[in-house]
Design a protein around this ligand. Sequence first.
Ligand code: ATP
Length: 471
Amino acid sequence: MASASSQPSLAVGFSSFDPGAPSCTASSASGILSPTASEVPYASGMPIKKIGHRSVDSSGGTTSSALKGAIQLGITHTVGSLSTKPERDVLMQDFHMVESIFFPSEGSNLTPAHHYNAFRFKTYAPVAFRYFWELFGIRPDDYLYSLCSEPLIELCSSGASGSLFYVSSDDEFIVKTVRHKEAEFLQKLLPGYYINLNQNPRTLLPKFYGLYCVQTGGKNIRIVVMNNLLPISVKMHIKYDLKGSTYKRRASQKEREKPLPTFKDLDFLQDIPDGLFLDADTYNALCKTLQRDCLVLQSFKIMDYSLLMSIHNIDHAQREPLSSETQYSVDTRRPAPQKALYSTAMESIQGEARRGGTMETDDHMGGIPARNSKGERLLLYIGIIDILQSYRFVKKLEHSWKAVVHDGDAVSVHRPGFYAERFQRFMCNTVFKKIPLKPSPSKKLRSGSSFSRRAGSSGNSLSLIHISEPT
Ligand code: ATP
């Protein structure tokens, strides 16, 4: 494994922050920009932002741009210092290690001067995470380059928890602010979780590449670095967060007004009642992966996770005029860093990693090819998200009786086995379907009448039967 330069440029990415740049971008939503929901007017005319779940003001707090700068300075330092540590097997104590470095504004002999308030940067389990990078073919200098050579792009797609999301400019990593309890849970989960990933890199489970904390103005902002499921270079037409539950599983009016809303289970059932059709091999690989992933989550007693699914409609995209934020555009001025292995949706279910491959050379841009009932060609970008929120379970129990009254079988929080079972069933029976095989001519002759009766009972499956080859 290549190691990061021992003398990293500590100002990487930091000086290139553009204060005039728009505050956030809607993930893959044709580049439409809008302010984050968490941005509120301030008396002086300057906006104040809530950093994730924390109210942050100008008096000793931090702004999103300062947070981005601090993250890049911190990661640059931590990757540099990691290169001085000898490579060795991961030991149990590595999971409990925390490294801490203070960044005064005026700089120190270890840290550069910067324009933000002084902050402390903590890195959790650096040696253990180095091993995970290796597992997924990420060299430390590529990790550094992806996250720190250009400003992080803020996404408007924060969820109900109010987390902030940033994406690295090369689309590879997502940086998410998490609650204290979530960070604590991840720390506990790490050893066991990665035993599973080690055995089976073919997974749709989130891949965590780093856990950090920025301490400033008496506040702790914890962040995780994960694989990015939704490339911003691909225009997404619709996005769903699916759990297999129907209780309160419709996107709110506020959500629907966003450039790329995250719709939920009931919306899916209404929009795509026939489901999405995959060729048999892809369907089998996907369902097998979901089954294994659910078993892992169940073994950790994790529930309430979702399948994030974003859909690119190839046929619609071909009819749309190219926007200024050209889809599929790749910045050819920048040398492409090594992509993480098993990182695209397709690789996650097939387990075939593209060593040295890049998104541009992949016909399907990493998406899983599928069709809707109209026969339109789709690319699906999927992954399991929100696995760190099990601690909310106790709280949610207080509310679950309401759900029981509503629909005894449709409560969003159940014991892990039930949750996993229902999740899989919904995904593999309702959301994803196998493209029906074209009957051979001899079979057609034998069962001609019953075939046409079956096809006639559903116009949609009839149109699918006539699709010759999936993309
Ligand atoms: P909630 O409390 O509603 O569950 P949250 O703050 O925990 O929300 P998530 O549900 O994890 O946030 O994600 C919110 C949105 O962020 C998703 O709908 C998706 O658009 C985006 N997102 C989350 N994780 C990823 C990821 N790994 N890659 C790309 N986008 C992501």
